[in-house]
Design a binder for this molecule. Structure first.
Ligand code: RIB
Ligand code: CA
Length: 306
């Protein structure tokens, strides 16, 4: 089977951790590099969490640390959702420091992309600071990017602001650079993230599925992205699910822009489904997901992990 090469840009983050684990053990994917960016918690924590996770999963993927803050505004993290260190609730091994490259994330992404003999899919599941800097510093890299499949945004309401989703709202200027890039973008936003739920019975099944399932069960007890009893939102796994099961989704092509002006709607994704703005679509938007099929897929792929 031909594996699809991807680079994951992440801010673990409990939901990031499961998305990364699924991607690493999916035989359809080839994770060439993992880059980290400040988001859920600070850069040091998200980087250490990534190195701990790779040690635990016994996967030697190179890691490069990126931006420690958004382009313009200071970081406002989500430690209230993921815990102070970002991956609380499970006793991970020490971070595998030898996986951490000396290069920063932007230069590492540039090198890996330019050295690749085939275009690579970028999978940002975090604020878009690193991706924006990559495209700004090295525009020539666009020819080596197949697609950007990101978790972020919303065609409806927000989870950080009234209308804004966390990854986009944390760095709206970066998101604007990415959505204006002209690259093919798939947006897996809250419209599907809110329906990508894991229920207590799923967690109970995972507990006996091996070390990754046990890890998930422990992390989910601490995760505040929903409630353990009424359903936990697997936001970041939506981006991975798109790569592996695009048929789970109902898609719409739309022009998407980012509100940058100060005020109540700063950081929201303006998803123009009716063409009011007179602009050509620049994004494939995930508008709906088959929630039951997602649950089955999620359990199937957690079961492929160690
Ligand atoms: O809005 C959900 C996104 O914010 C996810 O990537 C989650 O990890 C948090 O970073
Ligand atoms: Ca994330």
């Amino acid at each position: 089977m031909l594996k699809r090469p991807i680079i994951i840009d992440t801010d673990p983050g409990i939901d990031d951790a499961l998305a990364i684990a699924i991607a690493l053990f999916a035989e359809e994917l080839d994770v060439r590099l993992i880059t980290t960016v400040a988001g859920n918690v600070c850069l040091e924590h998200v980087t250490n969490n990534t190195l701990k996770l790779l040690h635990f999963l016994e996967k030697d993927v190179p890691v490069a640390a990126g931006a420690s803050r958004p382009l313009i505004e200071p970081l406002v993290d989500a430690s209230n959702v993921h815990g102070a260190t970002g991956m609380e609730g499970f006793d991970f091994p020490e971070p595998k420091k030898e996986l951490l490259l000396k290069e920063n994330a932007v230069n590492a992404m540039y090198r890996v992309l330019m050295e690749s003999d085939e275009p690579i899919t970028l999978v940002p599941i975090a604020p878009l600071t690193n991706i924006a800097m990559l495209l700004s510093l090295y525009p020539e890299v666009k020819s080596k990017i197949k697609e950007i499949v990101l978790m972020g945004g919303s065609a409806s309401r927000g989870n950080k602001g009234v209308m804004s989703e966390f990854n986009i709202a944390t760095d709206p200027e970066a998101a604007k650079i990415v959505f204006d890039s002209g690259l093919p973008i798939v947006m897996a936003g809250l419209d599907v993230g809110w329906k990508a739920l894991v229920y207590p019975e799923d967690s109970e099944k995972m507990k006996d599925m091996g070390k990754t399932g046990e890890m998930a069960y422990c992390l989910f007890k601490k995760y505040r992205g929903g409630s353990f009893n009424t359903g936990l939102k697997m936001y970041d796994s939506c981006a991975i699910a798109y790569l592996l099961r695009p048929e789970l989704y109902t898609m719409e092509d739309a022009y998407v822009d980012i509100e940058l002006s100060a005020g109540m709607t700063r950081g929201c994704t303006v998803v123009d489904l009716k063409g009011y703005l007179g602009k050509e679509p620049n994004t494939k938007v995930c508008m709906d997901i088959d929630g039951e099929a997602f649950r089955a897929w999620f359990l199937e792929y957690v079961g492929k992990c160690i």
